[in-house]
Write a protein that binds this ligand. Structure first.
Ligand code: SF4
Length: 313
C-alpha cells in the first residue's frame, strides 16, 4: 500500500468514526427525549387524576411485559423528584404458566433495590381444568388474578394498585365496548377496586404503546413473553389494534383526537337518559351565548381545547 492510499484509508476511518459518534449522539438525544416525555406524561396523568398522595403505598403490578417495567421505572424516577413521600412495592403474580422463568424478575428487582413480593399461585392449572379446550381462558384468568392481587395489596398494606395499561389499551377497550358491546365505555385512569377497598391507578394512561416499546428496548428490560399460557390473542382486540394502527398511518392526529374526546364529554349531546335529564329539560327563555345552535352545522374541525398535545411531542 503506498502512502497516498494509506492516508486516504486513515481519513475514511476518521470520517466513519465521526459519523458513528454523531449517530450515537443523536440516538442518546432521542432516548433522553423519550425518557423526559414519559416522565412528563406520567406526571401529568398522576396530577390530573390525583393518583398518588402523600403517605401512599403503591403496589406496582409487574408482569414482566414492557409496559409494567416502564411503569415501575418511571414511577421510581418520579418518586425521587416528588415533593411528597410515597412507597413503592413491586408485585409479580407467578401464575405457574409453562416455561415462566421465575428467576428473571427477582434478579431484576434485586439489582434495582426495590422492595418486592412474588406471589405464587397456580391459576394456570385452575383455568385449564375449568375451561374447555379451545375456549377463551382470559376472563376467568383475569378474575382470579384480580382477586389475588387485591388480597396481596391488603397483606402488604398497599392502598393504591398501579397497573401498566397505556393510552392504546384505553382506546382499544373503548372501541371494543362500542363495536362489540354497544357501550360508550373505556378504561378509567383511576377507579375504586370492585372489592371497594383499593384505588386502582393507571399512570401510563397518556403514554403511547410505541413509546413503552421503544423505552423497553432502550433500557434493555428482561421481557418475559406474554403468550406462555397458550391463549390466543383476542381476535376482536386484534382487529381494533389494526384499525388504530391504520388510522395513525393514514390520518395523523385522528387517534389523538379520539383519545382527547374521552376527557371532553358532553352528556347533553349524547342520548344516555341516566346521564342527562332529557325528560325534565325545560326552556327558561334566557338566551345562552354558549348554548347549542340547534340548526347550525357543528364545526367538527375545531380542535378540542384540552387536547393533550401528543402531536407536539
Ligand atoms: S392471555 Fe393468558 S395469562 Fe393473560 S389473561 Fe389470558 S389466559 Fe390469563
Amino acid at each position: 500500500m503506498n502512502d497516498t492510499v494509506m492516508e486516504r484509508s486513515a481519513v475514511d476511518a476518521l470520517e466513519a468514526a465521526a459519523l458513528d459518534a454523531k449517530k450515537r449522539e443523536k440516538i442518546a438525544h432521542e432516548n433522553n427525549k423519550l425518557h423526559k416525555r414519559l416522565c412528563r406524561l406520567v406526571g401529568q396523568a398522576i396530577g390530573d387524576f390525583n393518583m398518588i398522595e402523600d403517605g401512599d403505598k403503591v403496589m406496582v403490578c409487574l408482569s414482566g411485559g414492557k409496559d409494567s417495567y416502564a411503569l415501575l421505572d418511571i414511577l421510581l424516577t418520579l418518586r425521587e423528584r416528588a415533593p411528597i413521600h410515597f412507597d413503592i412495592v413491586a408485585v409479580n403474580l407467578d401464575q405457574k404458566q409453562p416455561n415462566f422463568p421465575p428467576e428473571v424478575l427477582p434478579a431484576y428487582l434485586d439489582k434495582l433495590g426495590v422492595p418486592y413480593h412474588i406471589e405464587n399461585q397456580d391459576t394456570y392449572s385452575i383455568v385449564k381444568r375449568l375451561i374447555p379446550e379451545g375456549k377463551t381462558t382470559c376472563s376467568l384468568c383475569s378474575r382470579l388474578r384480580r382477586g389475588i392481587l387485591y388480597r396481596v395489596a391488603d397483606e402488604l398494606g398497599c392502598n393504591k394498585i398501579a397497573l401498566g395499561h397505556h393510552r392504546d389499551d384505553i382506546l382499544e377497550t373503548f372501541f371494543l365496548n362500542m363495536f362489540f358491546g354497544g357501550k360508550l365505555k373505556g378504561m378509567p385512569a383511576k377507579l375504586v377496586s370492585d372489592d371497594g377497598k383499593h384505588m386502582v391507578i393507571r399512570p401510563l394512561a397518556y403514554v403511547k404503546e410505541a413509546d413503552t416499546e421503544r423505552y423497553a428496548e432502550v433500557k434493555g428490560f428482561p421481557i418475559i413473553p406474554c403468550d406462555l399460557c397458550g391463549s390466543q390473542e383476542n381476535l376482536q382486540r386484534k382487529q381494533i389494534k389494526a384499525m388504530l394502527r391504520d388510522w395513525e398511518k393514514k390520518h395523523p392526529g385522528r387517534v389523538e383526537n379520539v383519545f382527547s374526546s374521552l376527557s371532553t364529554v358532553v352528556p347533553s349531546h349524547l342520548m344516555d337518559r341516566d346521564l342527562f335529564g332529557f325528560a325534565d329539560l325545560k326552556t327558561d327563555g334566557v338566551p345562552n351565548p354558549l348554548g347549542d345552535i340547534a340548526f347550525d352545522e357543528e364545526p367538527c374541525s375545531t380542535p378540542a381545547s384540552n387536547t393533550i398535545p401528543l402531536t407536539q411531542l
